[in-house]
Design a protein around this ligand. Sequence first.
Ligand SMILES: C[S@@+](CC[C@H](N)C(=O)[O-])C[C@H]1O[C@@H](n2cnc3c(N)ncnc32)[C@H](O)[C@@H]1O
Length: 218
Amino acid sequence: MLNLIIAEAALELVPHEISGHASARNEAKRRGIKSSETLLDRSIHHHAMLKLLDGAKRGRPDLVHLTLLSITSTPLYLEGGVKVYIHTGDNTVLDLEKRTRPPKSYARFRDLVQKLLVERPESGLISVHESTLPALLDRIRPDLAVGLSTQGKTSSLEALAVELSKASNPAVLIGGFPKGHFTPETVAKLDELVRIHRESLDAHVVAARLIYELEREG
Ligand SMILES: C[S@@+](CC[C@H](N)C(=O)[O-])C[C@H]1O[C@@H](n2cnc3c(N)ncnc32)[C@H](O)[C@@H]1O
């Protein structure tokens, strides 16, 4: 079974530094909830986000949703061959029970994730806990941990799939962010950093292609 980690994902609640900003207050008022309980979203909070540290890497829950849909619609996932974790940039982990399907509608996904991040359930189809990426890998204890990145060593996805299928508990990290790269702390925990295409691709494309190659490996 593959442990697939959407890592350092651009998924978080509006941080306190900008929860009083007009864009955050207006969105919260429109939806009848507190601004600190809405998801940070560049399409809504762009101006407020300009003052956030590492802002370019944050506030893209839509990317996480697309990537999750792409993974959870594959035959391998539906057969229980993939376990998904979403590790966020602010070190929260959403742990999906195998075969759990997220809502296809973005609005329903957003509402679900907001509730999960506020209530932080310790069990259920999606549980939530605080964890750095190194701590998550220590918990999974993979015999092969591979990060996918344009900063990695060039390899074909076919060759990577062969290597992963020989491991008994492999983990693959795909960045859940729009720009930037894995932190040095993340890279230090990996056995390999692999580049699978000359261009930078969207995470949902990388995830779907990886799973397809693993399916072909049987
Ligand atoms: C939109 S990219 C992040 C941007 C980053 N500058 C990059 O090129 O890796 C999202 C994620 O998709 C994966 N990815 C995208 N293009 C890739 C490539 N050519 N090789 C390996 N992984 C890739 C990586 O895991 C990356 O973190």
